[in-house]
Write a protein that binds this ligand. Sequence first.
Ligand SMILES: [Zn+2]
Length: 159
Amino acid sequence: MTDVGIIIGALAGGALIKALEPLKRYNLTSQKVKNRYTVSAAINVLSLHRFWEHAKELIDAKITSVYRSPEVNALVGGVKTSDHTKGLAVDFVARGDKLKAVRVLRAEVEAGRMGPVRQFIWESYKNVLHLGYYPNGKTGKVEYLEQYATGKNKPLGVA
Ligand SMILES: [Zn+2]
């Protein structure tokens, strides 16, 4: 390979590594097993993470969970069909006023700035905001729920 070829190859490799960085950020788990991506979950995370970065700034929140392999999901007690196992869900915990964060993020979803959201769930008993997404470029209406206890949902009132 010529020097130019090596340089171009290195640049392309660098760009690829940079493009794949979010994958490392979004499969973290406190469980003692590997949280290995499926190909489709990795693609979903790569196509959606910019919305999550945006929300994180907007509501000053920590992202506490994104991708969970079926094994990790079972260990944390997630429902079997969880969008987290498909790379189609994100959990936020706001640092400040939790209800204000719910209002602000809901408005952002309603304005269409959070991507193809399918479910907006305020898990009020844990202070977690969960967004689930439509797969494969699909869109549709958003379901707004409050989960007030494990497995117990009701329509989310306007806070
Ligand atoms: Zn969640």
